[in-house]
Design a protein around this ligand. Sequence first.
Ligand SMILES: [Zn+2]
Ligand SMILES: [Zn+2]
Ligand SMILES: [Zn+2]
Ligand SMILES: [Zn+2]
Length: 347
Amino acid sequence: MRRLLLGFIIGALPYVALAELRTWTTTDGRKAQGEIFEIEGDQIGLRIANREYRFSLSRFIDGDQAYARKWQSQPRCELCSKTLGTRTMEAGGKTYHTACFRCLACKKVFRGGDEFRRDQWGMLAHVDHFSFVATCGSCGRMFAKREAKREQILDSNRFACLTCLSNAVLEEKALGLVNERVKKALSQIGIVKPEGKITLVLVDKPTLDEEAKRIRASGKLKGLTLTKFRTVTKGNVSNTTFEHRILVLYGLPHTECEAVLAHEHMHVWLNELFVEAPPDVVEGFCNLGASNLLKIETNKLSSILLDNMQKSSSPTYGEGYRKMAEKLSRLGWPRLLAEMRSRGKGK
Ligand SMILES: [Zn+2]
Ligand SMILES: [Zn+2]
Ligand SMILES: [Zn+2]
Ligand SMILES: [Zn+2]
């Protein structure tokens, strides 16, 4: 007997600009050199060694908090986050340096009546010039297609911004390392090692879509789990063995790759228990695995990815995730896992 089971995850997200480098000290005495690039509510965005992180402001000593509040009180350019001078432009309730307020494709400063689009990172482009604009498939940042380096073009129509590309998973050895981290984190919530062997495969988008089509999966896939099982019955004793293949899109930044892998490992767990549940329960549950990994990370990408799941209008990945997250906060992991296990059809 053979059967295929499946699963996947969607995501889309974003990055930003400069301020002054200084030493930041946490209340437990740790120090890092970094610069603020944004403050939202009680979350402070710090760029440390060229990567964007987000922390709760209360993690820092009083002097740092005061510095951050002062930074926040000064009017700043939406694009570069430096303080505004006399030459400024306003659009859609945001203020920019006149020099910053330009289309990333044609480089011209916007004029009254121009229609433009703004990404989550403040990058701007004429609507009419959108065919010259590439959007990072992971963080959503826009950049000019003609300025893209060859390695930023991952598939025919899939792009990576330089920041996401700088820590992209491009070979299976790197995927294996990310996978170790994911397995460790999941084991801490009770997702134990599966019985069957898992083979990890990095694939390009056409291959992933092709595999998905074969098992009638749809959506903006970034990962896919294929489980084969075989049951051998001797007398009245049945023995079931499993084999899993997890396909992961190549070129995802570490953080997103962790989330995708975690989601797929949750499918493996469900598949071995033969859990049968509606798609919103299954995908919502698997996204809990992804969110678990994203909450461990403190970089800006992870908080954007979490936010995307939180706001996703998808009935399965969004709605389903929110329902399952609510359930998790009520039950906790051990009881939630027990409940899912009880939906299993046994082997
Ligand atoms: Zn899934
Ligand atoms: Zn500016
Ligand atoms: Zn333009
Ligand atoms: Zn990106």
